[in-house]
Ligand binder design. Structure first.
Ligand SMILES: *Cc1c(COP(=O)(O)O)cnc(C)c1O
Ligand SMILES: [Zn+2]
Length: 385
């Protein structure tokens, strides 16, 4: 049912055999992206029929890389609610403001989408042991799916990561390694151990399939809006998997003839503590320059040098989008408002999107009738200390 045909480097165009374990394009230092037979996908799957399938991201099996239906295990990820934010919308003068609440995913964050697909595909290709660096949530997701697939997993996490992230890795029986430093330091350790022991490294964009899992957020958005994409999508950006994934989903849907050419403006929100994408957008740069970072409560946004920087920046520019930095105080205020006005216990990263929207509204960059979608990427419960 998968219509996967290959893997391609988006920089040099070189194609890579998809049915063996692949990592990145070494010549370009770029992620690889999955390609599908979209004509075949459009024949096999009808737009009107996709909602008849059982809920969850495997509804989109034709557009996902996993070939063996037996490997499409689910913990219930995907098909998260798109909730109207009426009171906040009223305050901001926006008639059609929504949040896609990814906090209800298994493991309490949208990292479940990426890991569900990446681990299923890895196991299908014969992987026996996996490792990943993480700011926190990806580690919990890796541990849960590794337990489900009965393979050992190793998680390298900064030692200041939220307590819930550490606990969930141990609860799923994975090996937790706390690292003094940032996710970049954890990334170096994970890569070294991957090389030494032959473990598969499922670090963000160092393998081609986590982005395919996160792509399903874009597929769901298109479906929610009856195949007319919203005007603005605001996404809290760390490694950029969801942003790049949703954009890829829109391209694939257009090639299948399911949507037209119009696209949302894609907006990256970052914490002032770590602004590689905001800086590169302002400077007109094609890639980020290493500048370090400071701690932030929005731990998932502390990625100083995202590996997919060129893809993130191209997506923002192609969509006529932008990137916005918000302060820790703004994030706190937004968390309060989401709780008080809408009953949503958002994660700091998700709350940051509301703070970013407020900046855009103040700058006159959003129209009252625009359909605006915020992404609450995780549950507030995961950040209790
Ligand atoms: C990982 C993470 C992010 C950043 O996601 P990317 O797709 O890597 O940019 C945002 N919010 C939360 C809660 C996360 O765990
Ligand atoms: Zn290349």
């Amino acid at each position: 049912m998968s219509t996967l045909t290959g893997l391609q480097c988006p920089e040099c165009g070189e194609e890579f055999e998809p049915d063996v374990v692949q990592t990145v394009c070494e010549s370009c230092n770029s992620p690889l992206l999955a390609r599908y037979d979209l004509a075949e996908a459009a024949r096999a799957l009808k737009r009107e029929r996709v909602s008849d399938r059982p809920a969850g991201l495997w509804r989109w099996a034709e557009l996902l890389p996993v070939r063996d239906p037996e490997k499409r295990y689910t913990l219930g990820e995907g098909d998260t609610p798109l909730l109207p934010l009426r009171r906040i919308g009223d305050r901001l003068g926006l008639r059609r403001l929504y949040v896609k609440d990814e906090g209800v995913n298994p493991t309490g964050s949208f990292k479940a989408r990426g890991m569900a697909v990446a681990l299923a595909r890895a196991v299908e290709l014969g992987v026996k042991e996996a490792v990943a660096p993480t700011a926190g949530n990806a580690g919990g997701a890796l541990a849960s799916y590794a337990a489900r697939f009965r393979i050992p997993a190793h998680v390298y996490m900064p030692d200041d990561a939220p307590a819930a992230n550490q606990a969930e890795v141990l609860a799923a029986g994975s090996d937790l390694q706390l690292v003094a430093g940032t996710i970049e330091d954890a990334g170096r350790e994970a890569a070294a151990h991957a090389r030494e022991h032959g473990w598969m490294n499922v670090s963000t964009f160092k393998e081609p399939y986590r982005v395919e899992g996160k792509k399903t957020m874009g597929l769901e958005l298109a479906e929610h809006f009856d195949w007319e994409l919203p005007e603005v999508v605001i996404y809290p950006t760390g490694g950029g998997t969801g942003l790049v994934g949703m954009w890829k989903a829109f391209e694939e849907l257009e090639r299948m003839g399911w949507i037209g050419p119009s696209r949302p403006r894609m907006v990256s929100v970052q914490s002032e503590s770590c602004t590689p994408i905001v800086d590169a957008m302002r400077e007109g740069a094609e890639s980020v320059s290493a500048r370090g970072s400071d701690p932030t409560r929005a731990t998932g946004l502390r990625v100083a040098t995202p590996y997919a920087d060129r893809l993130i920046l191209r997506t923002l520019r192609a969509s006529n989008g932008t990137a916005v930095a918000v302060s820790e105080d703004q994030i706190k205020e937004a968390e309060k408002e989401l709780g008080n006005s809408e009953g949503l216990f958002a994660c700091p990263e998700g709350a940051a999107t509301l703070a970013g929207l407020e900046e855009m509204v103040n700058a006159g960059e959003v129209e009252p009738d625009d359909r605006v979608v915020l992404f609450n990427t995780g549950h507030g419960l995961k950040y209790l200390s």
